[in-house]
Design a protein. Structure first.
Length: 210
């Protein structure tokens, strides 16, 4: 939090220095061809920067009450269970054969070099196939999870663009148990309920349209 405050102060001070530099150059009639540095809109208006309005959303509540997340999470869990079944079906027989080969090798130490080499190659093949099965299913599920996370972020951000413009909010911060960016939040600035209600309303309209 201290670092964030320091950063904010640095931005304000930098903007003030730029403003004074431009003003002084104009008064002295400087012919410096240095390109003008654009000043952020919040600091360019007369009277100085406007007060910043910050609100927050409780991420834990959003995850549990936004219908899109609830429904898609259940769907993802169903797909993960199906993936586990596919792994068991393909992985199981290979694992059984692999273990059988190991027992055979332990019980027949007198086997010829050629037989031992063939057994080793078969075990390597089985291990490779088992690794590929796991990697394939894990990769597919990781991609689905990443896609869902990205869609969630996009949906929330698109809604917040409209919501914050209507309410005059400059920043919305995520307050969540896993990511403690905010150690304390004044409940007067908690917009979670309104955001969830708006998101659920849009999601319901979207489903009805389909």
């Amino acid at each position: 939090m201290i670092s964030k405050i320091s950063l904010a102060l640095s931005v304000v001070l930098t903007a003030m220095v730029i403003f004074l530099w431009v003003k002084l150059n104009g008064m002295t009639g400087s012919t410096d061809n240095t390109p003008e540095v654009p000043v952020a809109a919040a600091f360019a208006q007369e009277g100085g920067a406007k007060p910043t309005v910050v609100a927050y959303v409780n991420g834990d509540t959003l995850n549990s009450k936004y219908n899109f997340i609830v429904e898609k999470s259940k769907d993802l869990e169903t797909k993960m269970a199906a993936a586990e079944e596919r792994v068991k079906k393909e992985y199981g027989p290979r694992q059984a054969q692999y273990e059988q080969n190991m027992r055979y090798a332990q019980e027949h130490p007198e086997m010829s070099d050629a037989e031992a080499m063939a057994l080793q190659k078969d075990m390597e093949r089985l291990q490779k196939e088992m690794d590929e099965i796991q990697q394939r299913e894990v990769g597919v599920m990781q991609k689905k999870e990443a896609d869902l996370q990205q869609e969630l972020i996009t949906r929330v951000n698109e809604y917040l663009k409209k919501f914050t413009k209507e309410r005059g909010i400059d920043y919305v911060i995520n307050k969540q148990s896993e990511f403690q960016v905010i150690l304390f939040g004044n409940p007067d600035y908690d917009i979670t309920a309104e955001v969830i209600a708006g998101l659920n309303s849009e999601y319901e309209i979207e489903k009805q349209a389909k």
